[in-house]
Design a binder for this molecule. Sequence first.
Ligand code: SF4
Length: 243
Amino acid sequence: MITRDSKKSSSIYISNGCLNNCSFCKLTFQEYPLKSVELNEVKEAIDSLDEENCSELLLKGTNICQYGLDIYKKYMLPEIITYLEQKENIKRVILVGFSFKDAIKNDFQNVIANSTKVVELCGSLESGSDRLLELIRKGFTSQEIIEFVQGIRKINDKDLFLNIISGFPTETIEDVKRTLEVLKQLEAYEVSICRYINSEYVDSSCYEQLSPEKIQEHTRIYSKVLQKRNVNTRIVGHGYIYN
Ligand code: SF4
């Protein structure tokens, strides 16, 4: 449950699995059902890291925003964030596996905005195109995620680490442009460009697939535009791309 990443930085894995059903997601069938760690165990882990003088804590899970739904039938991440506010030595909290859908639909905006400890959100946009977001079943629109992030930043700035999918089935150059426009508005600190990899087990395999050359082209565009904007970028997924 706890990994010590360095002398001052540690991770707590608070949950595994996800109840969402994104059409491309291989994790859904691999890690379903959701399994959360008991809240008192999470609090004990936080207490012990705080006592050890840990200054940076990463809260991790497949989808940490659904933490607690399986055990307590409610969204409990806000309770952990509030608990962390009282800790003396933990200064920076990074939320990894942050699902914007669950956070938007369950009003996490205030608790995150008002947290002095949460400094980074690491989650997935996938696409800025509402057409593709619907095909992905991502559960939010581009406007909803923009309003959510901007609402938080009005109170407290947070860094955003986002994943996008390059070459999702049927993605057009217009979709790529719209995603780049949404990323500009979100002011992401780092963007991981994940090249779409099909699988017969996922629903998105039914959509019209892009050729490897098209996926390569879209990846290049994402990469070049984001680098020009001085956004940190990483390209992940199989090697269709060579520069
Ligand atoms: S929210 Fe993430 S883990 Fe959950 S189904 Fe979607 S892509 Fe998979």
